[in-house]
Design a binder for this molecule. Sequence first.
Ligand SMILES: *[C@@H]1O[C@H](CO)[C@@H](O)[C@H](O)[C@H]1NC(C)=O
Ligand SMILES: *[C@@H]1O[C@H](CO)[C@@H](O)[C@H](O)[C@H]1NC(C)=O
Ligand SMILES: *[C@@H]1O[C@H](CO)[C@@H](O)[C@H](O)[C@H]1NC(C)=O
Ligand SMILES: *[C@@H]1O[C@H](CO)[C@@H](O)[C@H](O)[C@H]1NC(C)=O
Ligand SMILES: [Cu+2]
Length: 213
Amino acid sequence: TIQVGGETNTPNGGIYQFMPNSFTATNGSVITFVFSGIPGNHSITQSSFNSPCEPLAGGFDSGWVEILVNTTGGTPLPMWNLTITDDSNPIWFYCKQLLPSPHCPLGMVGAINVQAGSANSFSAFQSAAEKASTVGEGQNGLVGVGASASALPVVPSEFATLFTGASASATAPAGGQTGSTSGTGSASGSSNTNAPSGAVAIGFNSNLLVILG
Ligand SMILES: *[C@@H]1O[C@H](CO)[C@@H](O)[C@H](O)[C@H]1NC(C)=O
Ligand SMILES: *[C@@H]1O[C@H](CO)[C@@H](O)[C@H](O)[C@H]1NC(C)=O
Ligand SMILES: *[C@@H]1O[C@H](CO)[C@@H](O)[C@H](O)[C@H]1NC(C)=O
Ligand SMILES: *[C@@H]1O[C@H](CO)[C@@H](O)[C@H](O)[C@H]1NC(C)=O
Ligand SMILES: [Cu+2]
């Protein structure tokens, strides 16, 4: 389980972090990303060692998930499951949010299966992210390189999500989850609308609707 985002007073990065941010996971492992902290509106977007803050071609992307209520009170939190399909190479990812300032250069990056002794270390990756002058917001799909999801984040009605990728083309990863795979790859969260390929899936609660209205 990886915590996505934190409260302002969380050590080592405050709001802008994945906790833990570097870990190992074998083929078939399911990583559960739990979106947390207020304020927060984060993503888990696959990148590469050489371009830490740009989406990798063919990489995975959760889309944005916005934390709209204080999450310390036991509210069920938004979650996203990612299944490892190839543990033989490192998997690099970042948060593509630009507001209030880009999260990736603030250090909001993570890595799975970094190879011990390699020059491509997590600290080198994070240092490169901190020097990035641009952050790519392009939307990828659920299926990535070495890891894939079979569904959009599950987002309770107190929260919101925005996914603009080709979710309809998602297929269940090898060794993946049971129970929640879907031929349409649409959102299974109660606040999401189903997303045909290339369409925008957006969910929001009634309070937000009032604000928008
Ligand atoms: C969230 O709630 C906790 C517990 O009530 C409180 O300590 C904390 O300050 C709150 N955080 C924000 C950002 O309001
Ligand atoms: C995510 O994976 C965990 C562990 O396999 C499972 O318990 C949970 O139900 C899954 N959640 C969703 C939304 O698929
Ligand atoms: C994990 O799966 C990938 C892709 O099929 C394969 O290349 C790799 O050898 C597997 N890892 C192990 C430890 O079997
Ligand atoms: C989250 O961030 C994205 C990108 O900045 C923004 O378009 C979206 O409106 C925000 N909120 C929600 C609910 O997705
Ligand atoms: Cu973020």
